[in-house]
Design a protein. Structure first.
Length: 117
């Protein structure tokens, strides 16, 4: 597991922690996700997307459908990345963000990982 970059976005007291990993297998991804779930037990959502060659997956982790996994995955595709896992961990700040701001926040957290690499 190789962590490449980390970012923090705060939107209406919700914290979005983005983490970019270089990965080579789905087993490695499972290990990373299990580790993050243990490290961030109080996080409300741990959303992610990955691409390893032809294998790809995305997860909204109980956020409204398409608001988390899709923007993270789109960041991977727009930047022609491969062998990567992007995870965005959300700590709920007490205010509902609505689907538009939620989508933009996940996208911003994922994109900032690439631009600051």
């Amino acid at each position: 597991m190789k962590k490449i970059n980390e970012s923090l976005i705060i939107e209406k007291k919700s914290k979005f922690i983005g983490i970019l990993y270089e990965v080579n297998s789905e087993e490695e991804i499972k290990d990373i996700l299990n580790y993050l779930k243990n490290e961030h037990k109080k996080a409300r959502h741990i959303c992610y997307a990955y691409k390893i060659g032809p294998l790809a997956k995305k997860s909204d982790d109980k956020e409204p459908s398409g608001t988390a996994g899709n923007p993270i995955y789109n960041t991977i595709m727009m930047n022609n990345l491969d062998n990567v896992l992007i995870v965005v961990i959300r700590y709920f700040g007490g205010t509902l963000l609505g689907t538009g701001l939620l989508t933009r926040s996940y996208s911003k957290a994922a994109s900032s990982l690439i631009s600051n690499k």
